[in-house]
Design a protein around this ligand. Structure first.
Ligand code: ATP
Length: 233
């Protein structure tokens, strides 16, 4: 199976604060990976570095074989933990913005997702609830045919009933040729879609392991593992 992401010995410092401290991970194509850790462990920082929105202090990051830069930004679809939309936009403007910006934008997929997410094209984005705003961001990110999707807390504001359906949509709308890295604190709800998990603590990599291996070797799920590992936090 081919590798879509290679992170080697990455350090990131904000002044004296070490946000990432020698992190190395590899993600293969077709995998859905949970990037987990307590608050401030470095998850968003790692995503920003992979997306090319910040530079590592040292170390290397390669996406689909290329160093992070213009080329990799074309194949990485990033949904940050804050909305990407402008206050004047309606839902249709936000979608059009994404279409204009990215050549891999898939109109058919976007239309299907807008319907599935129960979004109204004519609604103003600044009038959307937190959950609806997240549905829009997810629609924008998943409507691209990217190689790597990075979702930072994608459904924290979505109600529990819709959450399950949206998770199913994530699995359905992403291509098996691509990979997803997703951060979340809603482990109980989301762990079922993970193939692997990466655990960060205070900027360091604690483990990268397949969920199946965790279940087989330790006899516990990801939610329980998380509670064990971060018990003292
Ligand atoms: N722009 C910045 N300037 C200074 N320090 C920062 C900056 N961004 C992040 N940090 C620090 O780096 C560390 C890692 O932050 P990061 O946002 O990556 O954590 P996180 O795991 O995503 O946290 P959370 O689960 O709360 O979203 C934290 O100590 C944070 O305060």
């Amino acid at each position: 199976m081919s590798v879509v992401l290679e992170v080697r010995d990455v350090h990131k410092k904000y002044w004296r604060k070490k946000a990432l401290d020698g992190v190395s991970i590899t993600v293969e194509r077709g995998k859905i990976v949970g990037l987990l850790g307590s608050n401030g462990s470095g998850k968003t920082t790692l995503m920003k570095l992979i997306a090319g929105l910040a530079q590592p202090s040292s170390g290397t990051i390669r996406v689909a074989g290329a160093s992070v830069g213009c080329e990799t930004k074309r194949v990485v679809s990033y949904m940050p933990d804050v909305p990407l939309t402008e206050s004047w936009m309606r839902v249709k403007d936000a979608i059009a913005f994404q279409r204009d910006f990215y050549t891999d934008f898939d109109d058919a997929k976007a239309s299907e997702m807008i319907e599935f997410m129960k979004l109204n094209k004519h609604d103003r984005v600044n009038g959307l609830s937190k959950g609806m705003q997240e549905r829009l961001q997810l629609t924008m990110a998943l409507s691209r045919n990217a190689s790597l999707y990075l979702f930072d807390e994608p459904i924290g504001g979505v109600d529990p009933v819709a959450r399950g359906k949206i998770l199913d949509a994530i699995v359905e709308y992403y291509s098996p040729e691509s990979s997803i890295i997703l951060t979340t604190h809603l482990l109980k709800d989301i762990e079922r879609i993970f193939d692997e998990v990466i655990l960060l603590k205070e900027g360091r990599l604690l483990m990268q392991e397949e969920v199946e291996t965790i279940r087989m070797r330790r006899g516990i799920g990801v939610d329980e593992l998380f509670k064990e590992v971060y018990a003292e936090c």
